[in-house]
Structures are given as structure tokens and as C-alpha cells.
Ligand binder design. Structure first.
Ligand SMILES: [Zn+2]
Ligand SMILES: [Zn+2]
Length: 378
């Protein structure tokens, strides 16, 4: 582990332990809330997917959408085969002769990690910051397309996919081209190798397409527009176009919701425990502080009463042995016991002077003094 990793771990541990774990407790609570949000989103999406009926493409126009007014839409899941609309065009990606309707070209810059001379494989710093360094360039092209029923392809009924807003959605794409281009090592990459902990090693060039003829599911809002049946993205749903069937989507969402539910329960329990502990410790500390203050006030009161009364005989050095004299002034009787160490070595005046120091320490054992007790002989 490098020195920087150790520093990162130490800093994290210090922050986590601050305020008796209250910071860690709040952090865990924030994670629990985030996880609860994801659980609610997943279970909401699951409900909407379950609500969306699976409709065969030929049934859409005359039964499912019949009776809807202009501009109204209904949520549905349709499964069909990708086709270009009549009179439409198609794309051919570079490096392949397959006809398709969507192409996505991605270039990812891959970084190697500097593992030091002995080849450490665990670099905490890289773990946290590596994702920031990956540079991705994406460009997409698409033409209008639709889905036809897989069972009766001969029918001319087609659902037109309104694709505009869905470029950044995950799509059921097929990879047709995949190439790793090594980056030539030059003096600049050498410099990065020495200074940073990451350096570019290769460029990953990928071309993915949505081919004509692929069977996919579209789940979204269906409506009639210009005599065409159209399906568009429903913003509440995590899916739009997918390889999965509707049943598989439901299964995936419900396992996702279950996972986030249990993560929320676990994180919530841990954060309640941590925060409870921190509050208990804080309360204990406040109580101790108040007790010390009260004891100190009692000490001062007792001492003031002594000063007012006749205690002259007490402080005659001649009548006391060395074991009873204040170790600081060597004149008065030892009267003030320090708590918690319990040493009885100072007279009340000297004890009060010790108390006024920045860090009140017992002159014998150098322990912290929380408060003093006035001691009486009989
Ligand atoms: Zn003294
Ligand atoms: Zn002491």
C-alpha cells in the first residue's frame, strides 16, 4: 500500500470516528435514504411495468387505442421485429454490411494503473478516481424505424418508434466492431507514468448497431398520430427498447427492488445504532461535565466558608508533619483532593491556582483534573 493510500485511509477513519461516530452514522443514514429512494423508484417502475398490458401489434390500432381522443396515449408493452418504415432508409455501419436503424460509435480511452516497482494490485486512490479519468466519446446516428408483429410479418401494421429522446437510454444493441488500438508510448505518457498513477494504454473503438430483423420489446406510451401508431418513451420507466420480454423486465425490477429494500433495512439499522451510540456518548459527556461543574462549585463554596470562619490554627506549619504540607506553597495544610487521580497534595489556594492553568494537571501524576474535593479531617 502506498503512502498516499495510507493517508487516505487514515483521513477517512478520522472523519468516520469524529464526534463518537456521529459523522459515520449520518453518512450511513444518507446512504440509507438514497437506497430508499432507489427502492421506491424500482418498486414504482415495477408497478408501472405490471400495469402496462402486453399488446400484439395488430391489435393496437383497432382495439387497444380505439376510443382514445387526439393526443391521448396509453402505456403498453409490444414485442416486434425491427423494420424500416415503407419508403424509409437504413444505415450500414463501417466494418459491416448488416442493415441497421441505429448505430452508436464509442471511443473509450483506457488507463493503466501505475502499480509501483513491486506490482501492488490494490490502489485505493485509483479505485476512487479511476472512473473520472476514463474518457468516452460517443456518437449516435439513427433513422426512423418501427416494429412489426413477429407472428404475422406479412401484415403491414407497424408501430413507429419515436426515438428522438431515447439516444442516451440503454438500447438492445449488437456489437459489430470492437478494436483495441494501443497508444504509442511517448515522452508525455512516460511523464504521466512517473507522476500520476494512471497513463493511457489503449483506445477502445466500438461500433454497436440495432439491426433490422432483431426482435425487441418496446414499452412506452402508445398513441395514434397522423393515422400511424406511435410508441414513445415513458419518463417514469427505466426501459424503453429492450431485449428483455415484459416478464423478464418485471423479474429484473422486482429483484432490484428487493435488493434495495434489504440494503435500506441494513443501512437504516446500522445508522440508527451508530447515531444512538453517538447521542448516548454525548449525553454522558454533558452529564459528566455538569457533575464536574457542580462539584467545583461545592469546592469553592466550602473554601469560602473556611475563609470566613476561624481556621487559622489549621494553617500553622509548626503543628504539621511534612506529609501534611502543601507541596506547592509548603505553608498550608493539604485540603484539596484531585478527581479522578485522588492525590491530596495541595492546599485550597494552590489547588485553585492549578485549576486556572490552561491544562490543569495533578502536580504528582500529571493526570487531567476534572474537579477538586475539599477534604476534612473529622
Ligand atoms: Zn499551597
Ligand atoms: Zn495525581
Amino acid at each position: 500500500m502506498s503512502a498516499r493510500d495510507r493517508e487516505t485511509i487514515e483521513a477517512l477513519a478520522r472523519v468516520a470516528a469524529a464526534l463518537d461516530g456521529a459523522v459515520l452514522g449520518l453518512g450511513t443514514a444518507a446512504l440509507a435514504v438514497a437506497s430508499l429512494g432507489k427502492y421506491l423508484a424500482a418498486s414504482g417502475a415495477l408497478r408501472r411495468i405490471a400495469e402496462a398490458p402486453a399488446v400484439a401489434i395488430p391489435d393496437l390500432r383497432y382495439s387497444f387505442l380505439a376510443g382514445l381522443r387526439d393526443g391521448e396515449s396509453r402505456l403498453a408493452a409490444v414485442r416486434g421485429i425491427v423494420r424500416s418504415p415503407p419508403g424509409g432508409t437504413f444505415l450500414t455501419p463501417p466494418g459491416s454490411r448488416e442493415h441497421c436503424v441505429v448505430t452508436r460509435h464509442t471511443q473509450t480511452c483506457l488507463f493503466g494503473e501505475w502499480r509501483g516497482i513491486f506490482g501492488w494490485t490494490f490502489d485505493l486512490h485509483a479505485l476512487f478516481f479511476k472512473s473520472l479519468k476514463e474518457q468516452i466519446i460517443t456518437s449516435s446516428r439513427w433513422v426512423s424505424f418501427g416494429l412489426v408483429d413477429p407472428a404475422s410479418e406479412k401484415l403491414r401494421e407497424m408501430v413507429h418508434v419515436k426515438f428522438d429522446g431515447a439516444v442516451h437510454q440503454s438500447l438492445p444493441l449488437t456489437t459489430v466492431y470492437h478494436k483495441l488500438i494501443p497508444v504509442e508510448q511517448n515522452s508525455y505518457t512516460l511523464f504521466q507514468t512517473i507522476v500520476g498513477n494512471g497513463y493511457p494504454i489503449a483506445l477502445l473503438d466500438e461500433e454497436k448497431i440495432l439491426p433490422i430483423g432483431k426482435e425487441i420489446t418496446a414499452i412506452g406510451l402508445c398513441r395514434l398520430k397522423n393515422q400511424n401508431v406511435e410508441i414513445s418513451l415513458c419518463p417514469d420507466l427505466p426501459y424503453f427498447l429492450s431485449d428483455l420480454t415484459k416478464g423478464e423486465m418485471e423479474a429484473e425490477m422486482s429483484s432490484r427492488a428487493r435488493l434495495f429494500f434489504w440494503v435500506t433495512v441494513a443501512l437504516g439499522t446500522v445508522s440508527v445504532g451508530l447515531l444512538g451510540h453517538a447521542i448516548y456518548r454525548l449525553w454522558e459527556r454533558v452529564k459528566r461535565h455538569r457533575e464536574a461543574r457542580e462539584a467545583q462549585e461545592r469546592f469553592h463554596e466550602a473554601d469560602n466558608e473556611d475563609d470566613a470562619g476561624e481556621n487559622g490554627s489549621d494553617d500553622e506549619p509548626g503543628e504539621m508533619g511534612d506529609g501534611q504540607l502543601c507541596v506547592i506553597c509548603l505553608r498550608k495544610r493539604r485540603r484539596a483532593a484531585f478527581v479522578p487521580c485522588g492525590h491530596l497534595v495541595c492546599c485550597c489556594n494552590c489547588a485553585k491556582r492549578v485549576e486556572l492553568l490552561d491544562e490543569p494537571l495533578c502536580p504528582v501524576c500529571r493526570q487531567d483534573i476534572q474537579y477538586m474535593l475539599r477534604v476534612y479531617d473529622s
